[in-house]
Write a protein of this length. Structure first.
Length: 193
């Protein structure tokens, strides 16, 4: 059991028999006799539905212990993603919806932790940042404006906004949770200066 005030993103909890992964947590202090509140954003790991309940800070919730195994993403078929353990070749299917926007960044062969509860795969820990090649965008422009942005389509089909100096073929770092541009990735051949 855990107090609501101790909840953190990434934790798994059970509420009324349903298993949820915590996506976001924000605590708000209360004034005078009003108690504080813990605002959460949860995703149901079975259905993929997002729920935003509020809890009292001292409210007790059931947190779950998970087993993590490194697995390799193979493919997506229908509404499930298939992962494989590289050492045993055991394959498991995970609902596509539980990956959130992270599903847009899956690439065959990518290894990531898969979380299991009571022997069943329930969640995938998608890396917070990934590198993706820009497929199409307007030509590179060296403007004096730092705040100018343009649309770009990534190789995975996702459309994001990037700075004007980004060109087609560039590799950019993207925040997987928000789908936002972070920076242009450093090329391996430009080492040391």
């Amino acid at each position: 059991m855990v107090d609501a005030s101790d909840l953190r993103g990434g934790m798994i909890i059970r509420i009324e028999g349903q298993i949820y992964k915590i996506l976001e947590v924000a605590s708000k202090a209360g004034a005078a006799k009003m108690g504080g509140v813990v605002k959460t954003k949860l995703i149901n790991l079975k259905t993929g539905r997002v729920w935003e309940p509020h809890f009292r800070p001292q409210e007790r919730l059931e947190d779950l212990e998970l087993e993590r195994r490194m697995m390799q993403y193979l493919y997506t078929e229908g509404d499930t993603c298939t992962f494989m353990r590289p050492d045993t070749f055991e394959q498991v299917e995970i609902p596509y919806a539980t990956l959130g926007i992270g599903k847009e960044f899956l690439q065959p062969g990518l290894e990531m932790p898969v979380e299991f509860f009571e022997g069943e795969p329930i969640s995938v820990t998608v890396p917070p940042v990934t590198e993706v090649r820009v497929a199409t965008t307007a030509p590179r422009s060296h403007s004096q404006q730092d705040s100018a942005w343009k649309e770009a389509t990534l190789e995975n089909g996702l459309s994001i906004r990037v700075p004007l100096f980004i060109a087609p073929g560039d590799i950019v770092r993207v925040d997987v949770r928000t789908g936002r541009y972070i920076e242009r990735a450093r090329a391996e051949h430009k080492q040391g200066a």
